[in-house]
Design a protein around this ligand. Structure first.
Ligand SMILES: O=C(O)[C@H](O)[C@@H](O)[C@H](O)[C@H](O)COP(=O)(O)O
Length: 267
């Protein structure tokens, strides 16, 4: 499904409203909800839009579980941390349950990025065991239920910290990988694998800007995930592309004609 919005601000706002609605709906059904956050400009703008929406109270934030799709392996208080940016943009304004907030390890907490990746995988496994619901066909017992997994995408079609042709995008059978040579700084990161990402009930790719249009077009045209990681995003139930007009410029026309898409009213 594709949803197109006028510009990055409208896109972030639309993603925020969808997220609030989804979390409210999921909580009504199963008492809690789990969201996997992402870094990047639009990933954080979406969280800021939730904070600015005035509609936060529709969600019981003490019963939301937060994970991260990737994290930079830098000191805990570094402004480069996706966790720090998410806390500043939204989490600090909410009454969250700290036990339910699961950031990946930082460079001043673990000896190296491998140790941080292993620890995150173990934390995910423990959460999966506690839920006792085998939700992932790829990683049974290794990841908990992810109701919504947010992703940004780079101009090279990377998602999380899975980059074209590199080891991470090829990894199978594991939930988390350590990245040492990220083409996008900083170089060291912890990332969910594609198997973990695709365990999510819903994946939402929030992508804006004309520098992403080519990668969006390739991903939606069904390119190989090793060359075009975003092409590998396939949720268990729904994969949603939330785009602004600029990033949608090369979406294959046949995909836009389908009835399941929507576009900002003014377009
Ligand atoms: O840690 C990160 O950098 C992000 O998780 C990364 O995957 C990001 O979402 C994309 O690079 C898009 O970032 P922009 O929206 O800033 O281009």
């Amino acid at each position: 499904m594709i949803s197109i919005h006028a510009d990055p601000a409208a896109l972030a706002e639309a993603a925020a409203i969808r997220l609030l609605t989804k979390l409210t709906t999921v909580q009504a059904a199963r008492g809690e909800a789990t969201v996997v956050l992402t870094g990047g400009t639009l990933g954080i703008a979406t969280l800021a839009a939730v904070a600015a929406s005035g509609k936060q109270d529709s969600v019981d934030w003490r019963r939301v579980n937060f994970w991260w799709g990737d994290e930079r392996f830098v000191p805990k208080d570094s402004p480069d941390r996706n966790e720090q940016q998410a806390r500043q943009a939204l989490l600090e304004q909410l009454d969250v349950d700290p036990v339910r907030v699961h950031p990946a390890g930082a460079a001043d907490e673990f000896a190296d990025v491998d140790a941080a990746a292993q620890a995150y995988a173990e934390e995910l496994r423990q959460a999966a065991q506690a839920e006792n619901t085998p939700v992932s066909p790829y990683l049974p017992g290794q990841v908990p239920r992810f109701d919504v997994l947010l992703l940004g995408m780079g101009p090279d079609a990377h998602i999380a910290s899975l980059f074209p042709e590199m080891a991470g995008i090829r990894e199978t059978g594991r939930s988390v990988v350590a990245v040492r040579d990220s083409p996008k700084p900083p170089p060291e990161r912890v990332s969910l694998t594609l198997d973990a990402i695709n365990s999510a009930a819903e994946i939402w790719l929030v992508v804006g800007g004309n520098d992403k249009a080519g990668a969006v077009g390739l991903a939606l045209a069904g390119a190989s995930p090793v060359q075009v990681p975003a092409a590998g995003a396939r949720a268990q139930r729904k994969t949603l592309w939330l785009l602004d007009e600029a990033a949608a410029a090369e979406v294959p026309g046949s995909l836009l004609d389908g009835g399941s898409n929507d576009r900002d009213e003014e377009h």
